[in-house]
Design a protein around this ligand. Sequence first.
Ligand SMILES: CC(=O)N[C@@H](CCC[C@H](N)C(=O)O)C(=O)O
Length: 371
Amino acid sequence: MNHQDLVNIRRDLHQIPELGFQEYKTQRYLQEVIARIPQKHLTIKQWRTGLLVKVSGYNPARLIGYRTDIDGLPVTEETDYSFASKHEGNMHACGHDFHMTIALGALQRLAEQPMEDDVLFIFQPAEEGPGGALPMLQTALLGEWRPDVVFALHVAPELPAGTVSTRDGLLFANTSELFIDFKGKGGHAAYPHLTHDMVAAASSFVTQLQQIVARRIDPLQSAVVTIGKIAGGSVQNVIAEKARLEGTIRTLDPKAIDLVKQHIEQIAKGHEISFDCKINLDYGANYYQVYNTTEYIERFKQIVSQEQLTWKEAKAAMTGEDFGYMLKDIPGFMFWLGVDSPYGLHSSKLSPSEDALSTGVHIVEKTIRNL
Ligand SMILES: CC(=O)N[C@@H](CCC[C@H](N)C(=O)O)C(=O)O
């Protein structure tokens, strides 16, 4: 695949973003591209909406794993791309269209010229939620196709295109989703004393949540509690019977997440009393931290230097990645690839530079061959 082929694939994928475990068109598209590359050394398995593609080596001692995520986000795209999302309300706003394209480019090179070891390309669904890595690890990657080492990349909008960045040890946070449902008593806007207003309860809850990081977590620790969505009520002159908050919790220490949850539960008890309502807490998907293995980070740094790519030492970030579950069981690492976008990850205007696609394929191929 030349650079223009990569651009075309990325643009095709960009138009069909699908949410976790609904990546049917994406899976079909990946299968079509994979069908066009040499098949002689390939074995392909379907896993739910994902794929596993093994390239057999000529004298394998190890299985080298490379993972890409394949899902999009429920974000309405606001770019002026001619190839903008055709799936209204969904967007590849986290760069998974780039991740998949780079994996396909590297897969083609390995398929054309296999190496001594076996290589496994993991096309994993549902990274943004509810999490595909853990069930994939527990089923598809448990048996004969369990990698000895695994790595992955994530695009970094804030870095110049093609810059490579990571660090030894902790790279990404522990995360937990957070869904809070409020049920009270609705009624006429003019008779608030006869109701239990759930818009008021949810608003107060959001304000109280800010106190957890400000006043309940050791300032030398790191934590985030973000509410990304608030919903409640139906019309301007009816007091709401129901409301819902959706958010996420992040901590660098895996134990600190339980502490944050305990405080949320206390706030919920307090609000049930003061707003005379029922509150249901649901922690949705939880992701384990991304922790890079020293030995492979050292090796990766050497490869980046040999290939004369620009290296930047990374800081730990409060982003989450269910790839952390793979690294909990299998040694390896994750790295950032700069894509120079003025808009960040999860932005409806994310516009990564396609110049980074060829560099991505190059570094992934070289890393697979030299790890
Ligand atoms: C790299 C990245 O942006 N990952 C997502 C993972 C989301 C996990 C889960 N849905 C949650 O919100 O906790 C992120 O938002 O960091």
